[in-house]
Design a protein around this ligand. Structure first.
Ligand SMILES: Cc1ncc(COP(=O)(O)O)c(C=O)c1O
Length: 353
């Protein structure tokens, strides 16, 4: 067996003990709330990880892109997929219909009539019914209808289109008090119109502790919780010990006393920052900061660290946002207690279409 210490750098390692603990903890939490778990696979893009999530009790998976859903359907790890993205254009809507035919259940979100019309036409063309959820913008300011009334109006319009079956409401991320008020009001309006809402889907790792305060949620979509990262620790959703992904890097230069250069830059970590101060946490030197990147260079400021690494030292970095690092790598290494247990080719890497 290869030792982790023998892995050439840069290498992305995933601690499998931590992954298993993260999966168990979040499944138990959602079970405690009585909310079904529908993990988002964009974090790992690995059918093997989805299988662990399904075996632990998930009801199905969430994918952001059709290409991801195709990879996971091919792998046969889940026969119930929610696609949380507006699907537009004949090539994609036909691919969606092909997936619907293969899976036990597949649903898609939408937030406007143009998308709905395209889906309806594809449903007629391909002879399939399309289950849809209305995406609601409950405060995040991304996709989504802007009010409970707009959710009802759109649902009623789309339900009249051939082959379209209303399944429920979806939002990301949940937030107090706005999301709760929005969903409560929506359910009142749908109830008043006599329209059952079987699914109310919420999501987001940082807000998961709040999920119990949303009694209307039937399912929850969290992604990042399986690996965790600087963003989740900063948000209070995880501890450093819960971070399963670490990027092994080598110190390739120390041009000044306090400037240390790593052999990984934006082509490994990307520039995601969110609420973090730098661009990743160096496990062995938490006082130091990754202050910037070139494509293949990580530039570190060690002025706040009394200890300094030498050229040739290997360090471990917890990335700011693990989900984007996944998409940068051909493979990641599943490790356990210092040994490489599995090499995972990142099956859905680059599946952004
Ligand atoms: C629609 C949707 N649902 C769920 C998630 C999962 O969020 P998180 O990674 O915070 O768990 C995301 C993340 O981007 C998302 O866009």
């Amino acid at each position: 067996m290869t030792k982790v210490s023998d892995l050439d750098t840069p290498a992305v390692t995933i601690d499998l003990d931590i992954v298993e603990a993260n999966i168990r903890r979040i499944q138990d939490r959602l079970d405690g709330f009585g909310i079904a778990n529908r993990p988002h696979i964009k974090t790992h893009k690995l059918p093997q990880m989805a299988k662990l999530q399904m075996d632990a009790g998930a009801v199905g998976i969430t994918c952001q892109k059709l290409g991801e859903a195709e990879v996971f359907a091919d792998a046969g790890v889940a026969d119930d997929i929610l696609l949380t993205f507006n699907i537009l254009g004949v090539p994609k809507t036909d691919r969606l219909c092909a997936l619907i035919k293969r899976l036990k259940r597949m649903a898609v979100v939408l937030d406007n009539e143009t998308v709905a019309r395209g889906l309806s036409e594809a449903g007629m063309r391909n002879g399939v019914d399309i289950r849809f959820l209305i995406e609601c913008d409950t405060g995040f300011g991304r996709n989504g209808v802007q009010s409970p009334q707009a959710a009802l109006d759109l649902a009623q319009t789309v339900m009249k289109m051939p082959r379209m079956q209303f399944e429920g409401l979806m939002t990301f991320p949940i937030k107090l008090p706005d999301t709760r008020q929005y969903l409560e009001r929506s359910l009142q309006l749908f109830g008043g119109a006599g329209i059952p809402v079987p699914v109310v889907s919420g999501g987001g790792t940082p807000a998961m502790t709040l999920a119990g305060e949303f009694p209307m949620l039937t399912e929850y979509r969290a992604g990042t919780y399986i690996y965790n990262d600087v963003m989740q620790v900063t948000a209070g959703a995880a501890t450093w010990d819960d971070c399963a992904m670490k990027v092994r890097v080598t110190v390739v230069s120390r041009p000044t006393d306090n400037r240390i250069i790593l052999d990984a830059g934006s082509k490994v970590f990307t520039y995601e920052q969110y609420y973090a101060k730098g661009y990743g946490r160096i496990v062995e030197y938490p006082e130091a900061a990754i202050s910037g990147f070139s494509e293949e260079h990580g530039v570190c400021d060690f002025s706040q660290s009394k200890r300094k690494p030498e050229v040739g030292d290997v360090l471990n970095v917890i990335p700011n946002h693990c989900c984007v690092v996944t998409n940068m790598m051909d493979e990641v290494y599943g490790v356990r207690r210092g040994e490489v247990e599995t090499v995972f080719p990142v099956a859905a890497r680059g599946k952004v279409r």
